[in-house]
Design a protein around this ligand. Structure first.
Ligand code: URA
Length: 441
């Protein structure tokens, strides 16, 4: 078999066999196939697509390319959650403790920020002392003891995804349904949970820009999970506005803690409760309505917040900042962006550009391995659909170097449109996708 022929076959639009997919993926992981040939195959897949059967095969080959975690020794139905990525997407830090506080173990591996999107592990590391890299034994012991652990993904899980994703990131081949589905589901299958809730984001800050594509991605991932014996469902959530009002690592931790203390922003709280209810339902804790009531109780009686503090303490984190976010080391400099020109409504506020502006302030990485500034970020005072007048403060930037403000401002303003007509408010959750079908909400 030759990689050249596999590339040519996909370039011409034909479906690849299991043997061809395994040859390409395993050869690439082993270092026998060079980046330039894998890049060519990825671009051919991006342009020509894959059948569902090819995507399933690609997922399975990638899931088997590294370590496969066996969580069966831990009691109960273990439930996982994965977001396809967003800006200000801080739900895991609230949802995982809510679910664990309701008695369902969460043994979760999360990622770091990627491009304009944030990552849970970077946010957790904004809490001084927090360890996100635990040995498998420590991870299991913690889940057994307190029912909750969130750690960084070991490089050994779905090793092919780690290598292929890095290549996709620099070859403009990320936004492709078969490649996203196989990337996410290979990791989820290898991470070993019994149930998986997928948060498929849609909008200007997401990989999926329209509902049909988001549903197609969700259906494919749900069918892959279900076919592998995992209880799998997906919610399609909005990413035309960042959730809550903060983007940036320490700022987002503080906002998630506000949710857990019952005083978080309404949109973020509503989405967290819906995600938690769906995870509990997947774990067999009742119908969605009773699971939602259970999640609300755990939020309001403080047990979810205490569970979160327990997790951070177990991982070495200083929980004083969780109880009093004023103790986070703040950025040295702040800068207010104000409305110029006419009064009106914010009719566009491109979320990818908001994310990129926060990266430019130091909250994300411009290149792999860059250090993150946990204090950097943006607080949004006005969001898509809000009425504004000249001089109103749109948002506040935070950075430890004031020279970063100019480029971030240019980025932010390039996605901003203010018009006379108020735009329609997007729903927070568009649809729920299960093995039984699509329910539009
Ligand atoms: N998240 C992933 O893990 N992989 C993708 O391809 C996109 C989002």
């Amino acid at each position: 078999m030759r990689m050249y022929d596999i590339i040519a076959k996909k370039r011409d639009g034909a479906a690849l066999t299991e043997a061809e997919i395994a040859f390409a993926v395993n050869g690439y992981v082993a270092g026998e196939i060079p980046d330039y040939q894998m890049s060519a195959l990825l671009m051919a897949i991006y342009l020509r697509g894959m059948t569902d059967a090819e995507t399933v095969t690609l997922t399975e080959v990638m899931a088997r390319s590294g370590e496969q975690v066996d969580l069966s020794g831990l009691p109960g139905v273990k439930v996982d959650k994965h977001s396809t990525g967003g800006v200000g997407d801080k739900t895991t830090l609230a949802v995982a403790p809510i679910v664990a506080a309701c008695g369902v173990p969460v043994a979760k591996m999360s990622g770091r920020g990627l491009g304009h999107t944030g990552g849970t592990i970077d946010k957790m590391e904004a809490v001084p002392g927090t360890r996100t890299s635990l040995s498998q034994q420590e991870f299991f012991d913690q889940v057994r003891r307190i029912g909750l652990a969130v750690i960084g993904q070991s490089g050994q899980i779905a090793a092919a995804d780690k290598k292929i994703y890095a290549l996709r990131d620099v070859t403009a081949t990320v936004g492709c349904i078969p490649l996203i589905a196989s990337s996410i589901m290979s990791k989820k299958l290898a991470a070993g949970s019994d149930a998986i809730l997928l948060d498929v984001t849609m909008g200007s800050g997401a990989f999926m820009q329209d509902l049909d594509s988001a549903i197609e991605l969700a259906r494919l991932m749900v069918s892959i999970g279900t076919a592998h014996g995992r209880r799998t469902a997906a919610l399609i959530t909005d990413m035309d506005k960042p959730l809550g009002r903060n983007v940036g690592n320490a700022l987002e931790v503080a906002e998630s803690m506000a949710v857990l203390q019952g005083c978080g922003p309404a949109d973020l709280t509503a989405v967290c409760l819906q995600l938690a209810a769906n995870m509990l339902a997947l774990a067999g804790r009742g119908d969605l309505r009773s699971c939602r009531a259970r999640a609300e109780r755990a939020l309001h009686d403080g047990t979810a917040f205490e569970k979160c503090c327990q997790m951070f303490a177990a991982q070495g984190g200083d929980t004083r900042v969780l109880r009093d976010p004023g103790l986070f080391a703040g950025a040295k400099y702040s800068y207010d962006l104000t409305v110029r020109g006419e009064a009106g409504y914010i009719t566009a506020n491109d979320v990818e550009k908001i994310g990129n502006a926060s990266v430019l302030l130091g909250a994300g990485r411009l290149k792999k391995g860059d250090a993150i500034d946990p204090a950097a970020g943006i607080t949004l005072h006005k969001k898509l659909g809000d009425a504004v007048r000249p001089g109103d403060v749109l948002c506040t930037f935070y950075a430890n170097d004031p020279a970063l403000f100019a480029a971030a401002e240019q980025m932010y303003r390039s996605g901003l449109v203010i018009c006379a007509q108020k735009p329609a408010d997007p729903p927070l959750v568009y649809a729920r996708v299960t093995a039984a079908g699509v329910e539009r909400l």
